[in-house]
Design a protein around this ligand. Structure first.
Ligand SMILES: Nc1nc2c(c(=O)[nH]1)N[C@H]1C(S)=C(S)[C@@H](COP(=O)(O)OP(=O)(O)OC[C@H]3O[C@@H](n4cnc5c(=O)[nH]c(N)nc54)[C@H](O)[C@@H]3O)O[C@H]1N2
Ligand SMILES: Nc1nc2c(c(=O)[nH]1)N[C@H]1C(S)=C(S)[C@@H](COP(=O)(O)OP(=O)(O)OC[C@H]3O[C@@H](n4cnc5c(=O)[nH]c(N)nc54)[C@H](O)[C@@H]3O)O[C@H]1N2
Ligand SMILES: [Mo]
Length: 711
């Protein structure tokens, strides 16, 4: 049924002046965006609902998607380009024309390039992924090596882990055919509800489910075994499971002989992780650890949660991830039906099941000469395998001028509250000689900018997008851009022209760039544009069959002992997936509890929904979740004000004692202006392999406050 017919079917016989238009929700990204159907009246979106037949979400929407109308009409949308008139951070700006704003930006950036070299200008993207190929190419064509993004704290650590192990970038669980699913840090009902639908369906078919999570969650309530592990000790448990699989002969010896490198070294290392020893580290019961190993051993093939964030948000995070994924090598479940299937990132961080030339487009203009990107000198594995700026070191370069000074920042969606020790990042924004930020909203970070550019939302633009299973879509705008807002990619292309970069592609059109990226695929953009309302199945795509991906590692095998790491000879980086504590160095007597920041909540999406009333209504105030036992021992009741302190700082929040939390652990979501979780963290509590912040394991203390003191 086309949209006109559906409009009539949904609103029968009514001349409401409402028309229905399809697009997708990009509040959360980048995986499969959910299809949305918008009810539009007089150029205004009056209602948003899930698109019934959309292959990603089949009509469903989560609490964030339901807030989409509220999100795009937030009162703090930036309406015109702005030039700062008051002190940095004050929010005093004057409206300027696009012409003036872009002319000034181009002149200033070129001035820094002349004075200090192009790499003194950094280019940064926040959580949004859709325009990133354009931004990355712009940075390199301009001549700067310093392109970086929020992916310095999200997802990329798992790419490092897989690149060391098998050479793959991204590996997905084949839930539909798995015998056992190891839901390691998996709470898909809240953080990824599309996966949740698959989990429920496959459990009904008989797939066994093990959940490894310190908290009780919807997923842990519906599983065969729940291991309530002590935060950050995951590597030890994974190594112990490896040991148990080997001891009991639950391994695929043929597969290991043919395909695995370093099995003997690995087996010798894991021998020390007996269930009893491991129980001491992880707080688990040895019998439960043995049960988990048996469930895995007797119910293959094994599929594992990709664990893009919570497993790797630890000081030993990348190694913990490697230790978990090593179980695929032992059981032979890598690149096998029902196991873990390598899947390329097709376009803008989405997996469509096929490859494009996006990586070439993004990186082929990498400057022939230039310094090492910021952060790569301190995180050599990141430097070798990723090679972008490790953005969590950006403020170091600005504030301490090490390894060399960054003078200007051109950003799309900068949010200093994403970074550990967020105040330090805010200081860096203040110190920059020139800072441009493009955002939908006049955020606290944008208030530091010299120039703010207004971005439009996904409902205000047409956009190319891929979906799993070989689908692609080119949407049309649901409404025109609000006020003077513009789409990010067009702004980047316009800036490329004004910067006079010598790059014919960037000085061409958006479609020229897209055609270039898609030229080895059978995708026809014009044909897609004829069906903007729904993703189209692309016929004739080249998709590598399961079992044929091979191993793109120096030994051509699944490396349990990483030859890449061995050859780096970097102090403190081990070739085996070794276990170390992820705790910080604060005194346990003074800070007896463990704080985990950022466990996802239904109405939160980093900073972007905290000022969106519909989403915020689900948790109106920043709250720290803690166990009933700890609350009782500390004399804390529901809704009491508490002071939550770490060695770095403290925030005042409301207490939420809840039976889902284990004793000893406190959880606070991030991004709040009034209680910034990242103000409690040290900027250098980092994983030495990935440079990722250890957001999820910081020693803390909680005290009840008298009402007057809190106010
Ligand atoms: N609602 C909502 N959804 C989101 C987001 C959001 O902000 N809000 N963000 C999106 C983004 S950017 C990302 S990266 C993903 C992240 O997605 P996830 O990693 O799935 O999300 P989390 O809720 O952080 O963590 C999942 C589970 O890990 C558990 N966990 C915490 N610490 C540990 C630990 O030490 N060991 C183990 N084994 N488990 C632990 C938590 O209790 C939680 O139930 O979510 C995406 N989806
Ligand atoms: N303590 C703690 N900190 C964390 C985490 C944690 O678990 N704990 N998680 C980390 C993870 S996994 C992630 S992914 C990061 C995310 O961190 P951020 O990247 O900071 O995420 P947001 O605040 O959602 O988005 C950044 C900005 O992009 C703007 N924006 C939205 N859409 C567009 C667009 O189309 N164009 C432009 N120009 N701007 C747009 C938003 O308004 C917002 O201001 O946070 C990390 N920080
Ligand atoms: Mo993330």
């Amino acid at each position: 049924m086309d949209l006109r017919e559906r409009t009539r079917a949904k609103l029968p016989g009514m001349d409401t002046g409402i028309s229905l238009r399809n697009s997708f929700c990009d509040i959360c990204a980048p995986g499969p965006h959910c299809g949305v159907t918008c009810y539009v009246k007089d150029g205004t979106v009056v209602k948003v609902e899930g698109t019934d037949a959309h292959p990603a979400n089949r009509g469903k929407l989560c609490a964030r998607g339901i807030a989409m109308r509220d999100y795009i009409y937030r009162a703090d949308r930036v309406k015109t380009p702005l030039r700062r008139t008051g002190p940095k951070g004050s929010g005093q700006f004057e409206a300027v024309s696009w012409e003036d704003a872009l002319t000034e930006i181009a002149a200033r950036l070129n001035q820094f390039k002349t004075e200090s070299g192009a790499s003194s200008v950094a280019f940064y993207s926040g959580y949004n992924k859709w325009y990133r190929p354009f931004l990355q190419r712009l940075a390199y064509s301009f001549g700067s090596v310093n392109y970086g993004s929020e992916s310095s704290s999200c997802f990329t650590s798992t790419i490092l882990s897989w690149k060391c192990a098998t050479g793959a970038e991204m590996v997905r669980p084949d839930l539909g055919r798995a015998g056992v699913f190891l839901g390691w840090c998996a709470n898909p009902g809240i953080s990824g509800y599309l996966m949740n639908i698959g989990l429920q369906k496959n459990r009904q078919r008989g797939m066994k489910v093990i959940i490894v999570d310190p908290r009780i969650t919807p997923a842990s309530r519906d599983c065969d075994l729940h291991l309530r592990i002590r935060p950050g000790t995951d590597g030890a448990l994974a190594l112990c499971l490896g040991r148990e699989l080997i001891e009991n002969g639950w391994i695929d010896r043929d597969y290991i002989e043919k395909n695995v490198y370093g099995f003997a070294e690995y087996a010798a290392y894991v021998a020390r992780f007996t269930p009893e020893e491991t129980a001491q580290i992880t707080g688990l019961n040895p019998a439960d650890i043995r049960r988990a190993a048996r469930l895995i051993g007797e119910n293959g093939p094994l599929a594992i949660n990709p664990s893009n964030a919570s497993l790797v948000h630890f000081k030993n995070g990348m190694q913990n991830h490697r230790a978990v994924m090593a179980l695929c090598a032992l059981t032979g479940s890598y690149d096998r039906p029902g196991g873990m299937i390598p899947a390329p990132l097709t376009y803008a961080h989405s997996m469509g099941g096929f490859e494009t030339r996006e990586p070439e487009f993004s990186t082929e203009r990498y400057p022939a000469e230039g310094p090492v990107p910021v952060g790569c000198e301190r995180f050599p594995l990141w430097g070798k395998l990723i090679g972008e700026m490790q953005a969590c070191d950006l403020h170091r370069a600005v504030l301490t001028r090490r390894p060399y000074p960054i003078r200007a920042l051109y950003a799309h969606g900068m949010n200093f509250r994403m970074f550990p020790d967020s105040g330090r990042m805010a200081q860096a924004l203040e110190k920059l000689e020139f800072f441009v930020d493009m955002d939908l909203f006049l955020t606290d970070s944008a208030k530091y900018a010299d120039i703010v550019l207004p971005a439009c939302s996904s409902l205000e633009r047409d956009e190319f997008k891929v979906f799993g299973g070989g689908y692609a879509q080119y949407t049309e705008p649901v409404i025109p851009p609000l006020s003077q807002s513009r789409r990010d990619d067009e702004v980047i292309l316009e800036l490329a022209r004004r910067l006079s970069v010598e790059d014919p592609l960037l000085r061409g059109s958006r479609d020229d760039c897209l055609w270039y990226m898609l030229r080895d695929t059978p995708i026809d953009l014009e044909a897609l544009r004829e069906h903007p309302e729904m993703p189209q199945k692309i016929e004739g795509l080249q998709i590598t069959p399961v079992g044929r991906h091979g191993f793109d590692t120096p030994t051509g095998k699944f490396e349990l002992y990483s030859t890449i790491l061995a050859e780096l000879h970097a102090p403190g980086l081990d070739p085996l997936p070794t276990y170390r504590s992820s705790e910080d160095e604060a005194d346990p007597a003074e800070f007896p509890l463990i704080l985990s920041t950022g466990i996802r909540i239904p109405g939160g999406l980093h900073s972007r929904l905290h000022d969106t009333p519909a989403a915020r209504s689900l948790r109106p105030e920043p709250m720290a979740d803690l166990s009933m036992e700890d609350a009782e021992a500390l004399g804390i009741g529901p809704g009491d004000w508490i002071r939550l302190s770490t060695a770095r700082g403290s925030v005042t929040v409301k207490a939420n004692p809840t039976p889902v939390m284990p004793a000893g652990m406190v959880s606070l979501y991030h991004g709040y202006r009034e209680a910034d979780a990242n103000s409690l963290l040290s900027w250098d509590h980092r994983d030495p392999y990935s440079g990722f912040p250890g957001y999820r394991c910081i020693r803390c203390r909680v005290e009840r406050m008298e009402k007057e003191a809190a106010e």
